[in-house]
Ligand binder design. Structure first.
Ligand code: ATP
Length: 384
């Protein structure tokens, strides 16, 4: 799939913008703080209805305006689809084919994106919440069922936590309602865990091959899904559900004491191991970087397999962060098959091959102008 056009209205520092995009490589070129990342963010938001930089949608609205709009047209094998998102104080509205969607989960998945940013290292080095968010965002956009289970699970989790808090200080506890909530939560939790395991199994397969190649076959990357559900019960959703139900019973006193749910996919983690050792704790910087890049690159293949289409790649300031070997792998993975957006302050830093036939957009102070070729005299174009 690729994004053919993008329109912005009062989005961040753009009063308005209307871009015709290329199906190959699109370079967003400009000085610092001009709006390059804001453009990438707009594409990310158009795909996922939320930003990767802020949890507050209102940050996306231009400081001088009340409403922001992002719209675009996605071209897929089956045809093209117009998408539109509006953000205002009243909330956000999402349209597919000009029709308003009652649920955002019906909208997400129309446009698939993978964002590469310097913060990706946090997937390996950061807290478990970063890895859970990674799984939820990525698997959610590939699989509407995952998104549905997740949203049901979150609603029930809030309700169960509230009820646990209510029970915390009571002498006479009515535990029947708690067990009803536990059963419901276990059912959705089990679906999420089973889907995570299925997707992680595939992701591991692709990531392993990429990691082995980058490390010249010296390292083997493996994944381990860390959960309280016993390993021999991590099979089908029914078995996982029974295991979770048992865990809620085992942890009941502790949960009542703490007033919160201590078991389930919202507490699970994903460990990356290189040659059997947890790379978060024991890996070198280089191994951690290779792991993060392998996992992100593997997503391209996973998305293609799950959705039938290649996703759109957003590279925010990452090329300068990668050494030559890692740049080459990134390049090989996207070459001629994936629409890519790259932000950069200068073309000279980008691998020569990577900027083969790019469309260049000059970004300055909330305006963006397309340019068929790189500016003359630029170091990257001198050899042409
Ligand atoms: N809601 C908003 N309304 C108006 N301007 C905003 C809003 N949010 C951010 N900005 C402005 O957008 C600019 C930052 O844009 P952006 O993050 O896209 O920079 P960039 O071109 O990617 O720079 P760098 O190369 O430093 O990452 C800043 O000048 C900031 O003040």
């Amino acid at each position: 799939m690729y994004l053919q056009e993008l329109q912005l209205q009062h989005f961040r520092n753009y009063p308005s913008a209307d871009l015709k995009l290329g199906p190959g490589i699109n370079v967003l070129l400009g000085e610092n703080a001009q709006g390059k990342t804001n453009l990438l963010e707009a594409i990310y938001v158009l795909a996922l209805t939320r930003s990767h930089r802020t949890a507050n949608d209102h940050d996306l609205v231009n400081w001088e305006a009340k409403t922001a709009k992002v719209s675009g047209r996605v071209v897929k094998a089956v045809g093209s689809v117009p998408l539109e998102l509006t953000f205002s104080r009243q909330g956000k509205r999402a349209k597919v084919n000009h029709l308003e969607q009652a649920r955002l989960s019906q909208y997400i998945g129309q446009l698939n994106v993978i964002l590469f940013a310097p913060e990706d290292l946090a997937i390996v080095k950061g807290a478990p919440t970063v890895r859970r968010r990674f799984m939820d965002m990525e698997f959610g956009q590939m699989n509407p069922r995952y998104l549905y289970n997740l949203s049901q699970y979150r609603t029930l989790l809030k309700q169960r936590n509230r009820y646990l808090k209510d029970l915390q200080h009571k002498q006479n506890r009515d535990l029947l309602f708690l067990s009803v909530l536990s059963d419901q939560l276990a059912a959705y939790g089990a679906e999420i865990i089973a889907q995570r395991l299925r997707m992680l199994h595939k992701l591991e397969h692709w990531a392993q091959a990429i990691h082995a190649e980058i490390s010249q076959q010296k390292e083997e990357l493996t994944f381990h899904y860390a959960t309280q559900v016993p390993e021999d019960q991590l099979t089908d959703p029914d078995t996982i559900c029974a295991a979770l139900t048992q865990l809620y019973k085992d942890h009941q006193d502790k949960e009542l004491y703490r007033g919160t749910t201590l078991v389930g996919p919202h507490r699970d983690d994903l460990h990356f191991r290189v040659n059997g050792k947890n790379v978060q704790t024991f890996g070198s910087q280089g191994q951690q970087r290779t792991t993060a890049l392998s996992v992100k690159l593997a997503e391209i293949d996973l998305m293609k397999e799950e959705t039938g289409e290649y996703p759109v790649l957003l590279l925010d300031d990452v090329l300068s962060e990668l050494d030559d070997a890692r740049q080459t792998h990134l390049l090989k993975a996207i070459q001629d098959k994936v629409q890519t957006f790259i932000t950069t302050t200068s073309l000279s830093g980008i691998t020569r091959q990577l900027i083969k036939d790019p469309i260049i957009f000059h970004v300055a102070n909330g305006t963006v102008v397309a340019d068929g070729s790189a500016p003359s005299g630029d170091p990257a174009t001198k050899e042409d």
